[in-house]
Design a protein around this ligand. Sequence first.
Ligand code: SF4
Length: 108
Amino acid sequence: MVNIDEAEANHLSAHLGQNRAEFDAKYVSKGESGRMVINAIPCHFLVENSCSVYSHRFAGCKEFPAFHVPDFNKRLFTTFMHYDRCPIIFNVIETLKKDISFDYKNFQ
Ligand code: SF4
């Protein structure tokens, strides 16, 4: 799930030529805490393995995997949950595996 804020929703809805009510109805859910998230996995804007709104994508997308945010290990479950659905997550994980010379044979 991609978290978004009001400014990002306003920005992308304007880019898509939609008013906020349309945008929210199509793409946004609110969690129990009131945080807004994109309401589909994979994301609505993933088209043919690419982000169709790349230059307007959300901060969470730009920052992924957000190593500057503490407790990356606590986000691993959701990261791997979407590993085979999102090419950005897949590519980041595969790059990290190369960077640390990960060899799955060491874990059998
Ligand atoms: S980067 Fe991925 S999750 Fe973010 S808006 Fe684009 S397709 Fe959606």
